[in-house]
Every structure is written in structure tokens, then in C-alpha cells.
Design a protein around this ligand. Sequence first.
Ligand code: GDP
Ligand code: IMO
Ligand code: MG
Length: 431
Amino acid sequence: MPNVAVIGSQWGDEGKGKIVDWLSKKADVIVRFQGGHNAGHTLVVNNITYKLKLLPSGIIRKNKISIIGNGVVIDPWALLDEIKQIEKLGIKITKKNLYIAENATLILPLHKELDGIREDSKSTEKIGTTRRGIGPAYEDKVGRRGIRLMDLTSKKNLSNRIDMILFHHDSIRKGLGKDKINKKKLIKDLLKISPKILKYSQPVWKKIEQLKKKNKTILFEGAQGVLLDIDHGTYPFVTSSNTVVGAAYTGTGCGSNTIDYILGIVKAYTTRVGEGPFPTELRNKIGKIIGEKGNEFGTVTNRKRRCGWFDAVLVKQSCIVSGINGIALTKIDVLDQFKDLYVCIGYKLNGKKIDYLPAALTDQFKLKPIYKRLNGWLENTKGIKQWKNLPKNAKNYVNFIKKYCGVKISSISTSPRREDTILLKNPFKKI
Ligand code: GDP
Ligand code: IMO
Ligand code: MG
């Protein structure tokens, strides 16, 4: 069976968790490849709600292998806490069903602290990060001073690596008027938890190669979304990793021949958490209704998500830059009560029409959406499981998105629950 990658195609929170869980019935292996515990993926199964941050969404199913790839930044304390929380819900997590890349970079308390200092500073622009230390950890990875999981295997090596990272961070902290990091304590704290986390450590690229040879089906689970991609998103209001499908290769070492189908998860309207441009944002009653009906509160930080009309220009661009083969459209039930629906099909920028997201942030803030009005359906779609049962205007809405983006619709989700999903094209069937 083909291997599938699931990619968020807007500003995150498109419903990736629900779709990965639904698809993982057919997969043997579920792999996270970028991001960290800034992600919050929600699954609703048999009336139990699971909120996963670092653990792949396949973890709740029996007899599946979950992998955290080298592209993920791991806060070891947060991971152990998440394992504990999920185990409380009756899920067993052992070294047999969870592998973590030995070369994954760790998030340390100093990263989290720095993230918070920057967000609170009056001298820099607030990004509205999740304050989990994601940005600072990726910066250290690229700066070649990151601490990686396997560094925990030797105290001497760890001490050397920490000297390197502290050389950098203590200088910054001095400039910020903060105390030096207590090296002894940091080493002690890391060594205390290291056996609990090292037990999952593996050369993940090798494990994936073995699983491929055994013809196991692999599902790659993206975090965030293409518009938060460090290169392709609304920079600097983005996360610090690539979120496009290319990250699945670099973030696991699986080889470029591994992924056969790229599934873009797309919400039927648009949301964003944190600061940054959002051309179709509705700062009015309609935005409020969408937020309430869609329960748009951040899974990780509980912040209110900003809501707006569907931006087809951005989704089409995401489909192109991430090579998306099919769309899993989610949350159409949230639009049930609107008589008129608007879809952004272009922008006006300085009096000119454009059909893409300009790279300059100043231009992104100036974009005036050009809308196409579509008729709403004013009927309940929640829980519908078959295309034929959707109201005519809902079908028109879906078809409009398909036509504008030039990408087939693979499935439509009609509630948070696993089973409330309309299947149109099975990504695991031959393409
Ligand atoms: P992710 O980060 O992409 O996994 O998405 P989140 O879990 O952060 O946010 C999506 C929210 O929408 C969660 O609360 C899901 O339970 C919910 N959800 C997913 N699909 C649907 C749907 O089709 N309809 C409704 N009403 N809610 C959905
Ligand atoms: P999932 O996987 C939505 C946003 C933050 C902020 C920006 C940078 O659940 O879709 P960071 O902490 O990554 O440095 O924050 O990115 N952000 C997300 N927004 N869903 C996410 O993940 C997000 N992960 C980060 O709100 O605007
Ligand atoms: Mg989320």
C-alpha cells in the first residue's frame, strides 16, 4: 500500500489529528517529523478526547508503531509528562511501540525561558508563539550547538556539549540582565530523566528502512501548516521549522522514494492563533459565531483562535508548494448556519489584482480580499457519512474549492468524531 503524508495546509489546527487517527487504521507506522509540543492534535474516539502534542496520533491504536523523527524538537520533560497523561487513559507506551530518533534535538528549560523573554519584550515584535522554546531550540540546532538525544548517553560528552550551548546562551543572558545558567543543575536534571527517555532511542532512519522492506504502510503526520512554514509562510509570523512535505524526508531520513500520496488537511474556513497577517479575518459577529461553533480555542495554549472566511488563494498556494495530491476538508458542519458564504479568490494590493501571497510582510498586511459569494445550505451536516447525503449547496461549496485549488477532495469531515467522515478517495488505494 502507498505511504501517505498528512500536511496542514493553512495556519495549523486544520484537524490533522482527527484525520491521522482515522487513516491510521490502515497504517502500520505513524511518524512525526517536525515541530514539537507547539502542536496540539485532537482525537475523539468512543467519546474520549485525546490531546496529543509530541506523540504521533497513531499511539492510541493497538499494534501500531509510533515514531518521533530527528526533525522534531523534543522537550524531554514535556514528553514524559505527555506519556504519563496518555497512559492514564489506558494506552500502553513501551519501547516496542514508540521509537525516538537518537539524533533529535532537545528543548531545554533555557529555550523556553528565552522564548518567553522575547515574547514579553517591548523591544521586539511579538510573534504570539506557544512559548514552548521551539524557535530557540531550532536556532541552536542550526547553530550546531544543540543537545541531541544521544548526548544524554555520556556525562562527559553531555558536559562538553553543554559548554558549547552555554557559551552562546550565557552571553545572550548577560545582555538581557539574566543570571548565568547553572550548568551542574542542568546536567543533573538531564541525567535524572535520561534513562526514561533513552529507552525509546533508535536510529529511526534504519528502523524505517526495515519497516519499508517488510512492506509496512507508513503515515507521516505533519504539525502546524504550510502558512506557518519558515520559508513559505507569513514570515516572521511563522514557526521555526519547514512544515511542507520536504520536511518528512529530512526529518526522518526515510529517503525521497518513500511517500506516495500527500494529503493536505484543509479547514472549510480559516483560523490562525497568534499574531500575523490574515487577509480574510472576520473581526465581527460572523467571526465570533464561527469561533464558537467551531470551538476554536488553541489545544496547547487555550488562546482564542482568530477566524475568517475560506481563503482559496492561500490554500491553492499551499497545495502547490507542498505538492498536495488530495484534500481532506474538515469542519464543514461549522458553516451550517450561514445563508451566504464567501471564499477569497484573489486580492487587491495597491489597486492591482494579484492571485498569490506576496512575500513582503508589509504587502501581506495590506491585502484586500476579493470574494466570491456562494449560497449556504442552512441544514445540518454534522455527522453525515456519505457524499450523497450532503445538501446541494454544501456539495457546490466543496466542488468550488476543488476546482479553484485544482486538487481532488479525498474526504470530508463533519464532526470531531473519528467515524463522522465522508470518504471520497482513499489515499491508501493505488493512485
Ligand atoms: P490539528 O492541530 O490540525 O490536529 O487540529 P486541532 O486538534 O488543534 O483542532 C481541530 C479541532 O477541530 C479539534 O477540536 C477537533 O476535535 C475538531 N474537529 C476536527 N474535525 C472536525 C469536524 O469535521 N467538525 C468539527 N465540528 N470539529 C472538528
Ligand atoms: P498544530 O500542529 C496552530 C503558531 C503559534 C505562533 C507561531 C510560532 O496543532 O496545527 P511557535 O511556538 O511554533 O514558535 O509559534 O506558530 N503555531 C501553531 N498554530 N497550530 C499549531 O500546531 C501551531 N504551532 C505553532 O501560535 O503563531
Ligand atoms: Mg492543533
